[in-house]
Design a protein around this ligand. Sequence first.
Ligand code: ZN
Length: 268
Amino acid sequence: MGTALGLDLGRLEQNLRLTGIDPASITDVILSHAHLDHVGGVTRLDGTLVYPDAQYHMAAHEWSSGPHPDLRVLPVNDGLRQTFVTTAQRSLGAVHDRVNFVQAGREIMPGIQAVEAAGHMPGHTALLITAGKSKLLHVVDVFHHAAFDLAHPTWQTAFDHDPPGAYATRRRLLDQVCVDRTAVLAYHAPFPGLGHVLVNGPRYDWVAAPWQFEVQPHPPALGPADAVRSALWRPGQWTESPLSAGRPASTRPWPHRSAALRYPELRC
Ligand SMILES: [Zn+2]
């Protein structure tokens, strides 16, 4: 996101540092498409890179179309449209010499496969994340809100570049995750944006993963960075961000406690 839509946004870099992760240690950044809320965090206000040592991955078709003509046809007001264009130009221009063009159906890195999801943008790319037998589809902007385009799959947001194409992609991917019982990470769904999609006649239902907090002590020898690493995703279990428990990080007993979420196996 970055600060493209306001200086009170774009806290990812700050939050990474608070959890003991140096942004300079990030080795790979996957850019799903060129919309400002997906590329705006690449640079700071002064144009410097937030992740200076990373390689950036993006679909070639999106790279060539994102910062140029296609954003100019967004049916939004002139000021917002221009912000989309300038943010994409600034962010993608800053990483033009360190981009790896990804191909749908192929792994970007072990366990993360690019999934063709065109329509929302020409090279819009979803991500299939695999760990053992567990799979998670990061749908990015295949849908934006359960009450909107899951309950009414034919409805479109103003940000869909190709509405019929976006609809076809929505149908294809959501039908597939239901059949495969694949968990879904939905960027625009309410926090934590994790759940399953169920087919319900001509519509879809969003079944959000229920929260189950388990407060556990970490081994006292662990420092903040090690604590974060030890709490990363394991099959069937998600660990809450230390910054997202509804109160300021400074008042939480992190890293001595963590809160974990488990979700049940759901059936179509
Ligand atoms: Zn988008």
